[in-house]
Design a protein around this ligand. Structure first.
Ligand SMILES: [Zn+2]
Length: 314
């Protein structure tokens, strides 16, 4: 009996000795830090496998950055991309899982969520440069680990695209929705080699594509004219063979890199001269890389491309 009492007293003393420091450590974040992506397990719907997979948020972010931005870009550009990817994740997670993902917050499809490269795919893409690039991306993700971009205290839609033709687009011009932090800004750093591309179609190819969506088009004589452009220079409206459409519709129909183009037609076909790549809204990744090479930090890059935002710790 006395022994039992002694044991009970010892247990009563031992529990607080063990539990109290655990409680303080946990509440101070020493044992489990929800903001730290290495400590946070997330579910990602793997489109290739057709199932949910579990990984650390850190690995998800490395795979997203690897898929979304060339790994040879500057460190500050990669950090800006990592913050954009983290912001995207947090916004999705806060909205709850998507039914399209079997409840996971994000999937690996670039046409639905953010693109994602598994470690296996990273090895395939980078070959002998895998170790170098993986380290670069891990360092970038680690450096900005807990940061998200916010506007009025809430994570933003941190959208981005490859390269502008000198200015980014207003979200209202592209998606018809006014977003205060997604407004046109200067991105003249996007100028230079490779900005312009020509995309050519024979008259048959051109007619076939046009008729597939607009059966009323008059293809007896190939004609094209740009009617108007938005403030950033992207085509707002054009008329092809009697059919009027938006620049974005033409971009999609003819798989053009961007909606900033000129078009010429002749009897034997049509030629688009296209500037930049992507939808033009938010951060220009090419511009981010040039800014990084000029000595700007990731915060400068983010605040340049997303108007009036804050960079907040999770
Ligand atoms: Zn998705």
């Amino acid at each position: 009996m006395r022994l039992l009492k002694a044991a009970a007293v010892m247990i009563a003393i031992a529990i607080p000795i063990i539990a109290i420091p655990y409680f303080f450590a946990a509440s101070a974040g020493f044992l489990y830090d929800k903001a730290d992506p290495r400590d946070r397990t997330v579910e990602v719907y793997d489109v290739e496998k057709g199932e949910k997979v579990t990984m650390s948020l850190f690995d998800y972010l490395c795979g997203a950055v690897a898929a979304e931005m060339p790994a040879l870009y500057g460190d500050e550009a990669l950090k800006a991309q990592a913050v954009a990817c983290r912001t995207y994740y947090e916004k999705r997670a806060a909205a709850g899982g998507s039914d399209a993902h079997d409840g996971a917050a994000v999937c690996t499809s670039s046409s639905h969520c953010s693109a994602f490269l598994s470690e296996e795919r990273q090895k395939q893409r980078w070959g002998e440069k895998y170790d170098l690039y993986r380290k670069k991306i891990e360092n970038a993700v680690s450096a900005v680990m807990n940061k998200v971009i916010t506007y009025n205290g809430a994570p933003i839609d941190a959208v981005y695209f490859s390269r502008s033709s000198g200015k980014t687009e207003n979200a209202s011009d592209v998606w018809g929705k006014n977003v205060p932090y997604l407004v046109s800004v200067d991105s003249s750093v996007d100028a230079g080699d490779g900005l312009e591309k020509t995309v050519s179609f024979t008259s048959d190819e051109f007619s076939e594509k046009l008729l597939s969506k607009y059966p009323s088009a008059d293809i007896s004589d190939l004609s094209a004219s740009v009617n108007s452009r938005d403030g950033a220079g992207y085509v707002a409206s054009l008329t092809l063979c009697g059919v009027t459409m938006t620049g974005r519709e033409a971009k999609s129909l003819f798989s053009l890199p961007s909606a900033d183009f000129d078009i010429t037609t002749a009897e034997n076909g049509a030629v688009f001269t296209v500037r930049g790549k992507g939808h033009g809204v938010g951060m220009s990744q090419y511009g981010a890389n040039v800014m990084a090479s000029l000595g700007y930090g990731f915060e400068d890059i983010i605040k340049h491309y997303y108007t009036g935002v804050e960079i907040t710790d999770v």
